[in-house]
Every structure is written in C-alpha cells, then in structure tokens.
Design a protein around this ligand. Structure first.
Ligand code: IMP
Length: 428
C-alpha cells in the first residue's frame, strides 16, 4: 500500500441520524473529494453553517464547500427528481456545476419504485411494517439484484431506455394490476420524463471508479460518506427492520470500486444517546419523560420524513458490535450538549434475558425485542457546554462521559459535537 493515501470512511454507528452531515461538513475544509456510496434520498444529512440550515438527501454533504469534487458512486440508487431539485437549489445559491460526478452504474429510482414502496408497506399490515421512508429505496435495490433495474447509463440512450423500460414496465404493470389492484402505468408517462432525466444527468456522468482511483493514488484527501448506519445494514442490521444497502464499512468498496487497503481511517459517528426512526427493536428506548426530553432538546424529528424519532440511551453492546463491524479507528461523538441537564445519564452495559445476563449484541432480531437493558448511571452536568472549544473546558462529568465511552469501546473520541453549528465542535 503506498503511504500517501488519505482516505477517510465515515459511517453511522447506530440506527442513523447520528449527525454525520455535520461531521462531514466539519472535516470538509481539509477534504478534496466527497463521495456517497450507498442508499439514496432516504438519507437526511443536515448541515448548519453560519446559521443557514441545508438538508441533503442525495448529494454529498460536502456540496456546501465550493470547489470540492463530489461523487455519487455506483452503489447509490438515484432519484433523478431529487437530484435535480437538490442540484438546482445549490446552483441557484451560486455553487459550481462542474464538480459533481455521477456513476453511470448507479441505479435509478423510478416512479414505480416509490409507488411499490408504499404499496408493499400497506400490504405488510400492522406489526409487519418496516416504517420505510417511502423513497423507493427497497424496490429499486430489488430490481438491481434481480437484474431488472435501470442504471443511469440506460437513461442516456433513448433506444436502450425504450427497450429496457418496455420489458420492465410490462412486469411492473402485472404487479400493479394483479397483485395491488391498481391501474397500469402508461409507458409514455414513465418514458418521456425518464428521457428528460437522462438529458439532465448526462453532463455529470463520469467513470467515477477511475476518477476516484486516480484521486486516491494522487494522495488527495477522500471522504467516503456513509448514509444510514450499521444497525440498519441489510446483512448485519436488525433484519427485516433495515434499509436495503450495505451501510457498514464494506459497502464503501462495492459502492465505489475502491479497495479495502485504500482506507486510512474509519470514523464511526456515535450520537451521545440513541435514536431510531421506523419500526424494529431498540433495547434502550426510553418511553418515559427522559425520552421526550431527548426528542425535544435534540430536535429528534426525521430530516426526510419529519417523523418523531424514538429516543433512548447509549447502548454499549450495540456499539461494540458496530465498532467491530466497521473496523472503526476513531469516534466522532455528536450531540453531547443534548445530555446537559438530564440528571443521571443511563448507559446500557448488558442485557437481561430470562434471568440471564448477556453482554454481546444478539444475532436474533426477535431476541433483541425481548431484552431488558442493564444500566449503569453516570453523573450528569448542568453547565451549558455549547460554547466549549476545548475538551478541558467541558465540565468534569462530561469529560468523564467521553472517557467512559472511549474506554468501553476501546476507540479514541477525536471529535465532540456540542451544538448544531459547524463551529460548535471540539477537536482533540
Ligand atoms: P428505507 O431505507 O426507506 O427502505 O427504510 C428502511 C428503514 O431504514 C426504516 O426504518 C427507515 O426509517 C430507516 N432509515 C432509512 N434511512 C434513514 C436515515 O437516513 N436515518 C434513519 N433511519 C433511516
């Protein structure tokens, strides 16, 4: 491995919404290339800079940095309407068009994927819903793996598009009419806009694998920006309550064409407490007043769907699992300020199941729903920490909380978020 490589991979360590957008944005000034490699417009990366709030669903959070190259890798599922909405908003704000590259191999989220996402959720019925974002992510990945997908490159050639879409739509219309009792989708209503999306996407399409390869070999600083998080991983998450992509470290390689030995650092983003949006097990969820306070103080409402997030305490066995899965080398700890004035801070260190103590993350999602968390209570703090600029300025109990996390997870915390703004960050 050549020594001049400088590739950071950033991943969420919990169930998403850890504040990855802010961390990316925070590191942004030293980064040359920002890359997204999986997921799609189901993400919601909020960046607040100089009082201005921008939410990215599809584009890399680095788009706020003028002059930096931003890449949408082959592992993404791209909703063209969302792509065009986000790019035009940024370009209207004066950002430069030339610095965005889209892989021709990324799959396209088509209108029928979004329709199917909703119909499938309804059909699952009570107790079986996943609580998806409704952005068509699952159905689009299904088509990718069943080889019935449309890739960005297919949209660029009207004849190819017509040919593939004819076959695909026939199949989809069978589903709509026979299974879901819906009207069939007329071909032209899908084909005509898709052709226009192809024209709009064309200027951005580039061989992103080759481009990234060269950037890595030239020693440029690359930031691979994971969306969602390890516990939502299609293989390693709380299946079936997961998203449909590889959200942990491994997804960065399939989703870009870079290689495992290109990485120099894996940054796990850990929120100082835990949240989850959508259905699925969440052992440390707090149904009492504390959960409400965390939601209110942390502004825990979905950036994509506006849904209130489920809130609870830090879960050490879950995080240990996540650190292992991702090969995390450092932690970015976010939203520490939200724990101010919470009284004692609960941390789950083990679980109880049928009178037995378990210290590792169980493999069985059903078992996860039955666990009772075993908590340790750490002393809290009441001082406002939102203006702290150094670790030493933090109250002793806040410092102790950070050190406790480092010790339990055997991973150093190199960055601490103490407020929503880019500047409210302590770098150690
Ligand atoms: P999908 O990704 O829309 O298929 O949703 C599957 C599950 O992942 C649902 O529980 C969603 O709430 C969750 N999910 C998807 N994207 C995010 C995210 O960016 N943050 C948090 N949860 C997410």
């Amino acid at each position: 491995m050549s020594s001049n490589k400088n590739v950071d991979l950033l991943v969420g360590a919990q169930w998403g919404d850890e504040g990855k957008g802010k961390v990316v944005d925070m590191l942004g000034s030293e980064v040359d290339v920002f890359v997204r490699f999986q997921g799609g417009a189901n993400a919601g990366h909020t960046v607040i800079s100089e009082g201005q709030k921008v939410v990215f669903h599809l584009l890399p959070s680095g788009m706020l940095y003028p002059g930096k190259l931003c890449v949408l890798g082959n592992g993404l599922v791209i909703d063209p309407e969302q792509f065009l909405a986000e790019t035009s908003e940024l370009f209207n704000k004066g950002q430069d068009r030339a610095r965005l590259a889209v892989s021709p191999h990324a799959h396209v989220v088509m209108p029928y994927h979004k329709m199917l996402d909703k119909l499938q959720e309804e059909a699952r019925g009570k107790g079986r819903k996943i609580g998806t974002t409704g952005r068509g992510i699952g159905p689009c990945y299904v088509d990718k793996y069943s080889r019935s997908g449309l890739r960005v490159e297919d949209l660029l050639n009207p004849d190819v598009l017509r040919d593939r879409l004819t076959y695909i739509l026939e199949e989809k219309n069978q589903l709509f009419t026979k299974l879901y009792n819906q009207k069939p989708l007329p071909f032209d209503e899908i084909y005509e806009p898709a052709k226009k999306w192809g024209e709009a996407l064309a200027p951005y399409v580039a061989d992103t694998r080759a481009l990234l390869r060269k950037a890595v070999d030239d020693g440029q600083h690359i930031l691979l920006e994971g969306a969602q998080a390890a516990l939502l991983d299609i293989d390693h998450g709380t299946y079936p309550y997961v998203t449909s992509s590889s959200t942990s470290a491994a997804g960065a390689f399939t989703g870009t064409g870079l290689a495992p030995n290109d990485l120099t650092r894996v940054i796990a983003v850990v929120k100082a407490y835990t949240t989850r949006v959508g259905e699925g097990p969440f052992p440390t969820e707090d149904f009492e007043e504390a959960g409400e306070i965390l939601r209110k103080n942390g502004g825990e409402y979905g950036a994509t769907t506006g849904r209130p997030r489920r809130c609870g305490w830090l879960d050490i066995p879950a995080l240990k699992y996540s650190m292992e899965l991702n090969g995390a080398t450092v932690i970015a700890l976010t939203k520490l300020d939200v724990l101010t004035n919470m009284g004692g801070i609960k941390v789950c260190t083990a679980y109880e199941l049928d009178g037995e103590k378990i210290t590792s993350w169980p493999t069985d999602t059903r078992v996860l729903s039955e666990l009772k968390p075993v908590y340790e209570i750490l002393p809290g703090w009441n001082e406002d920490i939102t203006n702290c600029k150094t670790f030493e300025e933090l109250p002793a109990n806040a410092q102790a909380y950070v050190k406790y996390i480092e010790q339990m997870l055997n991973t150093p915390v190199f960055l601490i978020g103490v407020g929503a703004d880019r500047n409210q960050t302590i770098v150690r």
